[in-house]
Design a protein around this ligand. Structure first.
Ligand code: 4AD
Ligand code: MG
Length: 464
């Protein structure tokens, strides 16, 4: 391996714009900045570059005077080019920024050109979806990617502080965790050949729709665990809230009941939002300005106010009594539709935790009530994203669980590994799944899930 010469500065030591602009005083010597040109503006005897290096929303203004030898290549610098700039950070003479870079040396690292698809004007979300491979270079999509990173760190911090272990559940699976049959097949068989016994695993294999069942196994050993990984659903619903590949956070805790589960979920949402407000305020302010007027106030409120908790039965009653003209009629036993979710959030002015759903519309693993009408389920409905969280207390009684599986047409023999947790040392336990993209929609006010994913996968859309 080629070693750098002794004394050579690692690129990791290079200044990043976020740190330079946030500093109280300028570094004493020359600094090196590398990034991408957002705009060039030429005035008499001087050129100004706006450079962004991804470290934050803010650009660094670079100033190059005609008298400087570096000026000779300025005409080759167009929007989108990558550059390395060396110069002195000085107090800015212009308005709008505290510091600027007085450039003495410019190196074009990668040129751009007049065909560069991202010009200075604002582009529509639809246009940017068509060039999703370039859109992280815009202010809005750069901010979303930084927020994803910020929130991912906060998720790990939250669970770590509460004694949860980060576990890794499989992506390729032989079981349908939700029992909804919305799975993508994984196969090495040639097209047309449909003999699972001859396939790679000797049986039908799929991409996971949830890590829950495996997380339950681990919770029966580690007490408190969580997963955070990609999840796949072949729901052929082309909505603004469903992606075929999304990320889900799934905590699972032994000895938890439904109330513990709701408490955990509410405190998690509040923690993630408060951390984003604290560490990513500039990025969030962009959404407040351009996407949702009043976003920052809504987020402050999300952290401050307790979330309403109501039973599904009461929620249905509110919907029925509302007299609103819903597309789908609300009645006990119906799934809550988007318009119902929206009505409930508006009605209460914030997130609503709906619990105790009818057993007829929920999966096999949820704990059955004594009268068997409902299960110990809870969904958290939020403004902008609708259903953000789905969770439940799990059915820990072996006989009840087997009975329910059979009633739902499942084969308990295929789930012996799952049932074993109820045979030996089973405990009451609960958990939930939080859709990471839905969370980001709630956080930013962005209304289409395609715009909070770096590489969205939706029906008939798989560009990369
Ligand atoms: O409500 P769901 O289906 O619950 C489960 O998968 C449970 N196994 C979770 C658990 O208890 N461990 O999904 C959980 C959340 C939803 O509330 C939603 O936020 C998100 O995952 N989600 C989707 N997000 C984007 N695109 C989709 N197609 C989604 N389907 C679910
Ligand atoms: Mg759900």
């Amino acid at each position: 391996m080629n070693q750098p010469p002794p004394g050579a500065a690692s690129d990791l030591a290079r200044s990043r714009i976020k740190d330079l602009l946030g500093g109280k005083q300028a570094p004493s010597g020359q600094v090196i900045v590398k990034g991408w040109v957002r705009t060039r503006r030429d005035a008499k005897g001087v050129s100004f570059l706006e450079v962004n290096d991804g470290s934050s929303l803010a650009n660094l203004q670079a100033v190059i005077y005609e008298s400087d030898p570096a000026y000779s290549i300025i005409k080759e610098l167009s929007t989108g080019a990558s550059v390395s700039l060396t110069g002195l950070l000085v107090p800015s003479q212009g308005q709008g920024q505290k510091w600027e870079l007085l450039v003495h040396k410019i190196q074009i690292v990668g040129p751009s050109g007049p065909d560069y698809p991202l010009q200075k004007k604002r582009h529509s979300d639809e246009y940017l979806r068509e060039i999703a491979h370039l859109r992280p270079r815009t202010n809005k999509y750069g901010a979303i990617m930084r927020l994803r990173s910020q929130c991912a760190w906060a998720i790990h911090d939250f669970f770590r502080a509460k004694g949860f272990f980060y576990v890794h559940t499989p992506i390729i699976t032989g079981s349908d965790a939700e029992g909804a049959g919305e799975m993508f097949r994984v196969t090495t068989l040639p097209p047309g050949d449909n003999k699972p016994e001859e396939d790679f695993f000797g049986k039908v294999a799929s991409l996971t729709v949830s890590g829950q069942l495996e997380a339950e196994l681990l919770a029966m050993a580690l007490d408190r665990v969580y997963t955070f990984g990609p999840t796949f659903r072949a729901e052929n619903s082309n909505t603004s809230r469903h992606a075929a590949e999304f990320w889900m956070i799934e905590p699972e805790a032994a000895f938890f009941d439904l109330n513990d589960d709701m408490d955990l979920a509410e405190s998690m949402i509040k923690y993630l939002v408060s951390q984003a407000l604290e560490h990513s305020r500039d990025d969030l302010a962009l959404f407040d300005r351009f996407v949702e007027n009043g976003l920052l106030d809504r987020l402050e409120n999300l952290v401050a106010a307790p979330y309403v908790r109501i039973s599904y039965e009461d929620a249905i009653e509110i919907l029925v009594k509302s007299g609103a003209d819903f597309e789908f009629e609300p009645f006990f036993g119906a799934d809550l539709a988007t318009s119902h979710e929206r009505y409930l959030c508006d009605h209460f002015g914030g997130p609503v935790i709906v619990h105790d759903y009818p057993s007829s519309i929920k999966p096999f693993y949820m704990r059955l009530s004594d009268d068997e009408r409902t299960v110990a389920a809870m969904d958290i409905l939020v403004p902008k994203a609708g259903e953000l969280i789905g969770g439940s207390q799990r059915e820990e009684r072996l006989d009840v669980l087997m009975d329910r599986m059979i009633k739902l047409g499942m084969d308990p023999k295929a789930y012996q590994w799952y049932l074993d947790t109820r045979r030996w040392g089973g405990t009451p336990h609960a958990g939930f799944g939080l859709g990471f993209e839905r969370f980001l929609m709630m956080l930013t006010g962005v209304t289409n899930i395609r715009d909070v994913l770096p590489f969205p996968r939706t029906p008939r859309n798989l560009e990369f």
